[in-house]
Each structure stands twice: as structure tokens, then as C-alpha cells.
Ligand binder design. Structure first.
Ligand SMILES: *Cc1c(COP(=O)(O)O)cnc(C)c1O
Length: 379
């Protein structure tokens, strides 16, 4: 099956009890047993729930994996991955990681004796330098936030294979519509389902997708033991969202492309970060491993006056100022004062996060209305 067909059909069967075409919301905590141990594969909803099973199977199909596991949030899914490790184990990760992931690694798991290294992963030699006999996990994220840098997944997979460790890829920004890390050699894909997969800004959820049966079994054990699983209502909403993932992503990409090219020509705009632009530092890798370039764009204003950015951020009418991304509606954010405010200014600037940097999550509205909105705000 091709992507759009899978988005609609994969993992979901008509309900065996009634023939309902949409997977019902199995709002139940437990399941009747005819005799002790004699049940239909479902005993307790922390472990299994039919609505969750349908969603997990759909996600596995979209990522070309064999097993999907859903979690209450994206962070809970990454938490489950790190619980595969023991004290003394080491992780190599990227230096412009999603802030919540960085916080989980350094503020929670360092305290349990896991050692984390953060390097510029767009340079594979820097990854190789940090990998050693204790390395159990390489954790990547591509495109990155907010500068949309692109990491070479196949290159990272080769390093992981040589070391015999796991490569995990946070595929939240790209979605399986634009890239499939498992096909490029990764062992594990993670999603903040909250973003494009849910797609309607109404659910918080996470997911892991793997091919290997043994890795899936270890993760399912952690999922059930730690218990950060999503409820059936949320699983239903995501199943519904997935059915239009290909349509939404196609429009996110088209709108992203039009806005990126419009911003490049705008006299008040300095730099534009969008992986589809030939001038983007990692455009070659993006063109090789992605099927499109998405709707996330960052740009800076000429000059370095944060007040200019603040004026733009408070003058848009369609783009709303909010954290998060990936919904049907367009959002904009200001990394320096919002998502990345906890990083000291000097460090922020050294990493290319200018005070005037504005991040757009381009939605699926009519693109001319979005351009008109940005135009009046920039004026
Ligand atoms: C939002 C996000 C997360 C965290 O997911 P939650 O669903 O908010 O817990 C992790 N990685 C990336 C890239 C994200 O954008």
C-alpha cells in the first residue's frame, strides 16, 4: 500500500462486535474473563486497549515498522527509551535538542548515572569522537528546532551499527510522510503525536515505532510497568487525525515553500531557515533523505532589535502566538523569549538563535491569506 492508502486503512478493522467502520472508543479499564486466564487478549487497559492497539498498528504501518507503542506524551515515550539503559551507560545526542528532551536527559536521567554527550551531529566525525564502548544509544532529532538543521540518518545508522548500539530518531518535525528513519537504518522512531500526527491541536501523546521484535518486547514491558499510556478517547482522536495526514502534509509543504520563498525576498527579513531552500546549510542531505521539506520555517529580521520581533509577533492576526506546532492552524513563536529562554543569551547567540528569530508553524489555510498577514505584520 502507498502512503495515503495506509493513512486511511492501515491497522484499523471494522469492529468485530458490530461492524462499526470507525474503531470505537473502548472506554473500559478491564475485560471479563470466562475462567482465570481465559480472555480475548485483553486483561487490563494499562497493558492493552483495543482503540490503542488500532492506533499502534496504524503508526507502525506508516513508519514501515513492525511494532508501535503509544504513550501519554512525547516525553513519556523518550522516558521509556532511556529506561532501556543502566547506570554507566552513555548516550550521544545533538546539541540543539528539543528543550524538554534536554531537560529529561540532564535533570532526571543524569541523576540515575546515565552519561549524556551533546555534539553538533551534522558533523558525523563529532559523533564518532564521542562514541565509545559504553555507548548504548545515539539519539537524533531531524529537522531540529528552531534552526531546521538536517542530520544524516543513514550516516548516524552506520556509526550505531559499528558500535552495536541503538539509533533513535525523533521524527516529530518530518512525520512519516516526509521521511522514514527505519528505512534509513535507525532502530527506533519517536513521535510527539501531539504535533502533526494528531494534527488538530487537541491531544497530547507520544509514540515509538520499531522493527525488531525483542526491542519491541522490552519497550512494551517498560510501557506497561511505568504505565504512562494514553486513554482510548485520545487514541480515537489521533486515529481520526491520521486519516488526513497525507492531505495536511501536502498542504503544509506547499504553503511552507510559498512562504519561505516570499520571506527570502522581503526587504525586512535577514535569514530564512527552511530545508527546501538551496541556500540552507544541509539542503543536500534534506533533498536526499526527505520527500518534501515541511511547513516549519524560521527567519530573522534585519538589525538585532528584539523589540522589532516583538512588534511582528503581536501584530499578526491569522498566525497566533503559541508554543507547539503541527496543527492545521498557523502558529508563530519567539524562541529567544519562549522555548529557548532558559538558555543564557551568549550561548543562544553562539548557536545562531538571534534575538529577532521568529519560528513559523505554517498551517493549511489559504496561503495568500497567510502571506497577507505576515506582510501587514512586517510593515
Ligand atoms: C513537542 C516535542 C516533544 C515532546 O512531546 P510532548 O508530546 O510535548 O511531550 C519532543 N520532541 C519534539 C521535536 C517536539 O516538538
Amino acid at each position: 500500500m502507498r502512503f495515503g492508502t495506509k493513512a486511511i486503512h492501515a491497522g484499523v478493522e471494522p469492529d468485530p462486535a458490530t461492524g462499526a467502520i470507525m474503531t470505537p472508543i473502548y472506554q473500559t479499564s478491564t475485560y471479563v474473563q470466562a475462567a482465570p486466564g481465559d480472555h480475548k487478549g485483553y486483561e487490563y487497559s494499562r497493558t492493552h486497549n483495543p482503540t490503542r492497539t488500532a492506533l499502534q498498528n496504524a503508526l507502525a504501518a506508516l513508519e514501515n515498522g513492525r511494532h508501535g507503542l503509544c504513550f501519554a506524551t512525547g516525553m513519556a515515550s523518550i522516558d521509556a527509551v532511556i529506561k532501556l539503559l543502566k547506570p554507566g551507560d552513555e548516550v550521544v545526542s545533538t546539541n540543539d535538542l528539543y528543550g524538554g528532551t534536554y531537560r529529561l536527559f540532564t535533570k532526571i536521567f543524569e541523576g540515575f548515572g546515565v552519561k549524556f554527550h551533546f555534539v553538533d551531529m551534522s558533523d558525523l566525525r563529532k559523533v564518532e569522537e564521542k562514541v565509545n564502548k559504553n555507548t548504548r544509544l545515539i539519539w537524533a532529532e531531524t529537522p531540529t528546532n528552531p534552526l531546521l538543521r538536517i542530520l544524516d540518518i543513514a550516516g548516524l545508522a552506520a556509526i550505531a551499527k559499528k558500535q552495536g548500539c541503538i539509533l533513535g530518531v525523533d521524527n516529530t518535525f518530518a512525520t512519516p510522510y516526509l521521511q522514514n528513519p527505519l528505512d534509513l537504518g535507525a532502530d527506533l522512531v519517536m513521535h510527539s503525536v501531539t504535533k502533526y500526527l494528531g494534527g488538530h491541536s487537541d491531544v497530547v501523546m507520544g509514540a515509538l515505532i520499531v522493527k525488531d521484535d525483542e526491542l519491541a518486547e522490552r519497550l512494551a514491558f517498560i510501557q506497561n510497568s511505568s504505565g504512562a499510556t494514553p486513554g482510548p478517547q485520545d487514541c480515537f482522536l489521533v486515529l481520526r487525525g491520521l486519516k488526513t495526514l497525507h492531505l495536511r502534509m501536502q498542504r503544509h509543504c506547499e504553503n511552507g515553500e510559498a512562504i519561505a520563498h516570499w520571506l527570502v525576498k522581503h526587504p525586512k527579513v535577514d535569514k530564512v531557515y527552511w530545508p527546501g531552500l538551496p541556500t540552507h546549510v544541509n539542503h543536500a542531505v534534506a533533498a536526499r533523505q526527505m520527500r518534501g521539506f515541511g511547513g516549519m520555517i524560521s527567519f530573522t529580521l534585519k538589525g538585532d532589535d528584539m523589540a522589532d520581533a516583538t512588534r511582528v509577533l503581536s501584530s499578526t492576526k491569522l498566525f497566533t502566538l503559541a508554543e507547539s506546532l503541527g496543527g492545521v492552524e498557523s502558529l508563530l513563536g519567539h524562541p529567544a523569549s519562549m522555548t529557548h529562554a532558559s538558555i543564557p543569551r551568549e550561548e543562544r547567540l553562539a548557536n545562531g538563535l538571534a534575538d529577532t528569530l521568529i519560528r513559523l508553524s505554517v498551517g493549511v489555510e489559504d496561503v495568500q491569506d497567510l502571506i497577507d498577514d505576515l506582510d501587514q505584520a512586517l510593515k
